[in-house]
Design a protein around this ligand. Structure first.
Ligand SMILES: *Cc1c(COP(=O)(O)O)cnc(C)c1O
Length: 458
């Protein structure tokens, strides 16, 4: 096949339907409708094969933090490809890009996190976490400490371990998950689980659920607690201020490792380099991916604390690794991404100016008759659609109003995701104030249409 650049959208859709199975997709439903074929991108915008332009309110899948079309990253990858397109890091070997990336990541992460184990995705990072924390406790002569506690409605990826750690029921239903020795406690989602309490009281109650579970299982059987600083795929759930300090205390008190899944929060999304910086979390391990390379090439990793490294060193060989652990071209992309984020002070600008403006515009939507709550931090936002104000009555989980709103936004040139009936935003960090205005004008128009639809069909 001679490259499909001048092929009609219809032909592309037909080939896609015949040969391509999409992630998280009802194939039959999709193929009735046909995919939208995205062809190019620049800055915060995407274009499809029919020439329609979209403002990408999701930064791809929460990952294109530096925006599209960054020459510096492309050039770095091209140069690395010419010099050394691939070599492994298994055979007592290393290479300059992976060494540079590890050192740069260690410099950016909190002080006690200084070593990085590389992989190709967030899911692989969390698979590594499961094996690493269990191996750590084994190495210290405590092989019974192997249960990992996570949370309902968490997202930690789609591999067997990632989906098991995650708390998404529809994912567990397929393929016999979760795997053994993974437990889930309640999520700190005030709007859904704590509406009648103050957020502060609810945050404490949600954190104490961890202690209750540890006591139930016996601390001698629990290896780690894993959580996203802010839940992303679950619906941009920002925990109350009381939550993280108490979680931290409980982990310390019972000698449970604390794992921060920074796959979304990391690399500037909250307006700081890491969610751990934002919430003062001292994590023993940190999963990273997505913003690490701004999505230009697939790369992830687990950043490991000095304490955990010291334990692992007692355990001899760690029998784990990937062919593409620290892939040179992917590492070069990540180095170039970090360099440009530092040079352009993207994280600082996000935290000081862009995120506050984004949050202000987001807040304005809370007065809308269809909106029950808005929530967010940094350049993360959720707009919770509700049938009747006030109160936390939701439309249920069929997501039909959310899906309707998402489709109208798409018709109107805005990519906004729907998680059930919460509309989700996570734009590239390089978005400008004028582009944020454009984003919210389009978002409001989509919500207005969803409201009208709801009034007509209720
Ligand atoms: C996306 C995501 C993952 C999984 O990353 P993949 O690269 O899709 O495997 C893990 N954790 C969190 C918090 C994520 O948002």
């Amino acid at each position: 096949m001679e490259g499909l650049h001048n092929t009609s959208t219809e032909t592309l859709q037909q080939l896609d339907a015949m040969h391509h199975l999409h992630p998280f997709t009802d194939t039959q439903a999709l193929n009735k409708k046909g995919t939208r074929v995205i062809e190019r991108a620049e800055g915060v915008h995407l274009w499809d094969t029919d020439g329609n332009q979209f403002l990408d309110g999701m930064a791809g899948l929460w990952c294109v933090n530096a925006g599209y079309g960054r020459r510096e990253i492309m050039d770095a990858v091209y140069q690395q490809m010419q010099q050394l397109p691939y070599y492994n890091t298994f055979f007592q070997t290393s290479h300059p890009p992976v060494i540079e990336l590890a050192a740069r990541v260690a410099e950016l992460t909190p002080e006690h996190l200084n070593r990085v184990f590389f992989c190709s995705s967030g899911s692989e990072a969390n698979d590594t976490v499961v094996r690493m924390v269990r191996h750590y406790w084994s190495a210290l002569g405590k092989p019974d400490k192997k249960i990992i506690i996570s949370r309902e409605n968490a997202y930690h990826g789609s591999t067997m371990a990632g989906a098991s750690l995650g708390g998404m029921k529809p994912m567990h239903k397929q393929g016999g998950l979760p795997i053994a020795d993974i437990q889930h406690i309640m999520q700190p989602h005030w709007f859904v689980n704590g509406f009648d309490e103050t957020p502060e009281d609810f945050g404490e109650r949600a954190a104490l659920a961890l202690e209750e579970r540890i006591l139930e299982l016996g601390a001698g059987n629990v290896a780690a607690f894993i959580a996203e600083p802010v839940q992303g795929a679950g619906g941009v759930i920002v925990p109350p201020a009381t939550y993280w300090p108490l979680i931290q205390k409980i982990c310390t008190k019972h000698d449970i490792l604390l794992v921060a899944d920074e796959v979304i929060c990391g690399f500037g999304r909250t307006g700081k380099w890491f969610g751990s910086d934002e919430f003062n979390i001292t994590a023993d391990l940190m999963a990273i991916a997505k913003g690490l390379s701004s999505g230009y090439l697939p790369i992830g990793g687990v950043v490991v604390s000095d304490r955990v490294v010291a334990g692992l060193e007692q355990g001899g060989e760690f029998n784990h690794g990937y062919t593409y652990s620290g892939h040179p071209a992917c590492a070069a992309a990540a180095v170039a991404n970090i360099e440009l984020m530092q040079r352009e002070r993207i994280v600082e600008t996000t935290g000081e100016r862009i995120a506050p403006y984004f949050q202000k515009r987001l807040q304005e939507l809370s007065a809308h008759p269809l909106v029950g709550q808005v929530r967010g931090i940094g350049l993360l936002g959720a707009i919770q659609l509700v049938p009747d104000k006030p109160g936390n009555g939701t439309f249920g989980t069929d997501g039909s109003i959310g899906g309707f709103c998402r489709d109208r936004c798409m018709d109107n040139g805005l990519i906004m995701r729907a998680v059930d009936d919460a509309m989700i935003l996570s734009p590239p960090l390089i978005i400008t104030e004028a582009q944020i205005d454009d984003l919210f004008t389009r978002a409001r128009a989509g919500i207005d249409l969803a409201h009208q639809h709801w009034l007509e069909t209720r």
